[in-house]
Design a protein around this ligand. Structure first.
Ligand SMILES: C[S@@+](CC[C@H](N)C(=O)[O-])C[C@H]1O[C@@H](n2cnc3c(N)ncnc32)[C@H](O)[C@@H]1O
Length: 179
């Protein structure tokens, strides 16, 4: 998987300035393109960080991991392959979803699926765990569904656990929480 996606160390251009805007809708005129011209103003979770999240949060084969804003889907493939959980990646950039689906077909990955949708319009009741990185959507999250956020917890949720994680831009805190 790493050969397919690379690890992009040093290329992850997450910026806090970007967080104030909406991911995928950053540049003028990009609302139709949903950020396709600006793919490097985009940050990915390193595989080592996915591994740490999985260990700290006890993600396993009984889980359904829903990744909100799955990007190129590399984390989704990693999760499905190494934890054997079911994975649903939601991403609104069509080219990311097409490529992820092509990779899924190439490697005959059965546990992972991708939906080209706005995350705010998705049925999240299928998930046992939701991963949010770099985006803060308005979601109706059912009770009992665990949510992992990076750098800040969600308001109105009970934080079960906090632990440090690394991204290309530095070290921060991950929050595991439930409603
Ligand atoms: C910071 S990247 C994270 C990618 C991946 N989750 C990871 O951690 O490596 C955020 C992704 O969310 C997508 N995104 C942002 N808002 C979205 C929305 N409303 N619906 C679907 N995808 C969205 C962006 O296009 C981008 O690919």
């Amino acid at each position: 998987m790493q050969e397919v996606f690379g690890e992009e160390r040093g290329k992850g251009c997450f910026s806090f300035r970007a967080r104030e805007r909406s991911w995928g809708g950053r540049s003028k005129g990009s609302s139709e393109k949903k950020g396709e011209r600006d793919v490097y103003a985009y940050g990915e979770t390193p595989f080592t960080t996915y591994e740490r999240i999985v260990e700290e949060c006890g993600i396993g084969p009984r889980d359904t991991w829903m990744e909100m804003g799955a990007g190129r889907g590399k984390g989704c493939f990693w999760l499905a392959h190494f934890t054997k959980c079911k994975v649903i990646g939601i991403e609104w950039i069509p080219s990311f979803v097409s490529i992820a689906n092509a990779v899924k077909g190439l490697f005959r990955m059965k546990r992972v699926e991708f939906e080209c949708k706005d995350i705010e319009k998705v049925d999240v009741s299928r998930a046992t765990v939701i991963y949010l990185y770099g985006i803060w959507p308005h979601l109706e999250i059912p009770k009992g569904v665990r949510v992992i956020t990076i750098s800040e917890p969600l308001q109105g949720f009970e934080v079960i656990k906090r632990f440090w994680v690394r991204y290309p831009w530095g070290r921060t805190t991950a929050f595991l929480q439930v409603r």
